[in-house]
Every structure is written in structure tokens, then in C-alpha cells.
Design a protein around this ligand. Structure first.
Ligand SMILES: [Mn+2]
Length: 318
């Protein structure tokens, strides 16, 4: 059952000990959404395995209490936040759960008791609407966290909708914080040398295909696949697909420029289609998505390129 903010709020009042569960390798959007909800309703922030680099910094700086690898049976109810595929929860399988999510394709909705799902540019925007409908006071730390969630999930507003700007304005007004404070918080994330090396190497080894006016790139890395995919589009590719193989599982991160999305590319769909062909699953947004499969990297990346070319064939970017 898809519910609105008010019903979501009403439903949660039925429980006393709620786990707000974030996907593995949690990002600021997931952590800040779970944190804001846990503060507003009372409850616990859980993370399927670990936080990513930026989210770890948030947890540290804002002093957020997090339970890692929680057991849902220790709680009355679980709300899965900002998560589109089951595999993102590792082995954690809540039996009774709700969902708050913004991903276009979301596998978890069918079995949920209720869900608040809208295709916004960040989950944090939906949380802002929930807090507003509750008339909940928004503390400074919560406002700052949610701002970083919106800033990072929209790629510093590159993929922002009007709703993202509205949510930021609400957080400034209701939370009593400034936008620059959120930027300062993000700037405090330590630079990771091995990540930068991995990103350079992925660009160095990338295979580049031009198709009409489009540049499509594939590469393989040992780690930091998502950062590599982002970097490869930043230096000129319209579409990037980066494979990362570990323990027999191939993870693919993909990114698309706005132009490609405007011309019909939906990476969430491509990841979902190709993921199913290779005994795995995939999903995400039109411009940023991922999958986990079992298969040879060259062949899986090749299928991603084929699917993309089928969409772009004959499409003029003007
Ligand atoms: Mn998100």
C-alpha cells in the first residue's frame, strides 16, 4: 500500500521500537533520512553492513548512534530507508516492514506492509515532507544531515528537481542552519588516496566506444567502482559502466550524463534487465544505477553497451 506522509506518520505511531534500516555501504541520503526519522519517532538507526566514506564522516561529526548489522527481530517494526534492492540489505530479511524510498525501481515495495514511495531526487526530501506534516521541530543537526543527503544524492544539484531546492529552503528556515554549514560539513570528508588512485587507473584502462555523437566507456577496477564511474562521466563519457569483481560476484556501477537521460537512457532499467540475464539483480536511477551479477565482466559490460546503443540509436541529442 503506497501511503502519503500523514498515513506514514499514523502507521508508525503504532510501534514503539522501530528500526530505521539503511542499505549497505550507506550514503548520506540513507543515514540522514534514517537519523531524522529516528529522532522524530524515536527509534534506532541501523546499517546493513557499513557506512560509506561520506556517511561515516556524518555519523562521526553529528554523533549519530548507529547499530551495524542489526537483527530486525530485536525491534517491533522495521522501516527500510533509501533502498531499492534486497541484495543491498545483505542477509538481513525483515519479515514485517515498511519502506521509505525514492528509487524509480524498488523491489522491496511488494512485500511491504506500507510504503511511502515517490521518485524524488533524494529520500531526504520525502523525510522533510514527513517532518513538516508532523509539525515536528527540526533540530540543527538533523537539518544539516538532511541537507548533505540532498546535496550528495543530487550530485550537488546537477540532478535536482524543484522539490530538492524546496526541501533545502525548508531546512534552512525550519532548522535554523545555513547552506554553507552543510557544505563545510561535506568538505571535511577526508580525501582517500587509494580511491583517487583507483579512479585514475579506471580512466587509464577504460575502453571507449563512440556511437553516433555519444561516448560510451567501460572499465574494470578492484575497488571504488562507483567513484570511478562518476569520474569517467565527469571527464567526458556520456555513459560509463565500471565492473568490479570480488569473491565471484561482479558489481557494475553505471553513470549517465543528463543529455543521455534526456534522450531516453534509464540506467536503472538497463541494470535491472541485464542483471536478470546474469543471475543477479540491478536497479537505481535513470542517471546512476548498479547491479550485482555472476558472469564474465567483459560480456556483462558488453550487454550494457548493447542495451544503451539500442536506446540511443537514431536519437539526435539536439
Ligand atoms: Mn538516495
Amino acid at each position: 500500500m503506497n501511503v502519503d506522509e500523514l498515513t506514514f506518520y499514523d502507521q508508525l505511531l503504532n510501534y514503539h521500537n522501530v528500526l530505521f534500516l539503511c542499505h549497505r555501504n550507506s550514503d548520506p541520503d540513507a543515514i540522514s533520512s534514517a537519523y531524522a526519522l529516528a529522532e522524530a519517532f524515536g527509534g534506532t538507526v541501523g546499517v546493513a553492513d557499513q557506512c560509506g566514506r561520506v556517511a561515516s564522516m556524518l555519523v562521526d561529526q553529528l554523533d549519530i548512534d548507529v547499530v551495524y548489522e542489526p537483527d530486525p527481530s530485536d525491534y517491533d517494526f522495521t522501516v527500510v530507508v533509501d533502498t531499492s534492492t534486497r541484495s543491498q540489505l545483505n542477509d538481513i530479511e525483515p519479515s514485517d516492514y515498511g519502506v521509505l524510498d525514492h528509487h524509480a525501481v524498488s523491489q522491496l515495495l511488494t512485500d511491504a506492509r506500507f510504503y511511502l514511495h515517490r521518485p524524488t531526487s533524494s529520500a531526504a526530501e520525502i523525510v522533510v515532507d514527513v517532518l513538516k506534516c508532523m509539525n515536528a521541530p527540526i533540530r540543527e543537526r538533523v537539518a544539516l544531515a538532511l541537507m548533505t543527503g540532498i546535496i550528495t544524492d543530487t550530485g550537488h544539484f546537477k540532478h535536482a528537481t524543484s522539490g530538492a531546492f524546496r526541501a533545502i529552503a525548508d531546512l534552512i528556515d525550519l532548522g535554523g542552519v545555513s547552506y554553507s554549514e552543510a557544505l563545510d560539513l561535506l568538505a571535511g570528508t577526508p580525501q582517500n588516496v587509494s580511491m583517487r588512485v583507483a579512479v585514475f587507473e579506471s580512466a587509464n584502462h577504460a575502453s571507449i566506444l563512440t556511437f553516433d555523437d555519444w561516448i560510451l566507456a567501460t572499465s574494470e577496477v578492484d575497488s571504488f567502482g562507483a567513484a570511478a564511474a562518476t569520474a569517467i562521466t565527469n571527464i567526458g563519457a556520456d555513459l560509463s559502466f565500471v565492473g568490479m569483481e570480488r569473491d565471484g560476484i561482479l558489481k557494475v556501477s553505471s553513470r549517465a550524463k543528463r543529455d543521455a537521460v534526456r534522450c531516453g537512457i534509464n540506467l536503472g532499467k538497463i541494470m535491472s534487465t541485464v542483471g536478470a540475464e546474469y543471475d543477479g539483480s540491478g536497479g537505481g536511477h535513470a542517471g546512476a544505477a548498479g547491479m550485482e551479477v555472476i558472469g564474465d565482466a567483459k560480456s556483462v559490460l558488453g550487454r550494457c553497451i548493447e542495451e544503451s546503443c539500442a536506446v540511443l540509436k537514431g536519437v539526435s541529442r539536439n
